[in-house]
Design a protein around this ligand. Sequence first.
Ligand SMILES: [Fe+2]
Length: 214
Amino acid sequence: MKPSLITLIIVIFSLRACAQKQEKATPEIDVGGNCEGCEAIFESPVPFNELNWIDTLPGFDEPGQKLAISGSVFKLDGKTPAAGIVLYVYHTNQKGIYPNKGDENGWGKRHGYLRGWIKTNNSGQYKFYTLIPASYPNSNNPKHIHITIKEPGKNAYWIDDFLFGDDPLLTRELRNKNNFRGGNGILSTSHQKGIMIAKRDIILGENIPGYPKE
Ligand SMILES: [Fe+2]
């Protein structure tokens, strides 16, 4: 007996639904330990597949020292460029606080609006423009830019903050406490046409607990 057209359609749709379910059910490898707020990376206003490898964070035209950070993201071997890696960065304003505009939702309430999302290009490169943040008010905490990473097949995890090598608050003691998660986050900066520029290459999985040796 020949199956009817309706039966065939039902079978095809059932198989597709099953395949999609399996795709979603593929477990991610849990790396990097606890990370409060890493899920903020999923608050990107643009879907991951539409992210650019260059971003300018909100507030770039406000008063302050303009900064451009760029670099390449490599796989654990430190040589192979890693394409399609999503980076989420956020930092304080010129007063050292994570500023709100009042309409933030989710982690935006704590991380403020000075945040951005970037996805590495086919050569593993990324770049973002922002202002140099200030350190927290009345604290000895060096100025810093937080960064979270999402790569396919792994949960989101944090790597070392971007720190500034010329920051007097970045003491020898603090430098020695550096985790070097994802490589060294301490930036050397130079000036170029009024913009401070810095480079940081990132090595996925470097000093990240639970990261598989590929
Ligand atoms: Fe912070």
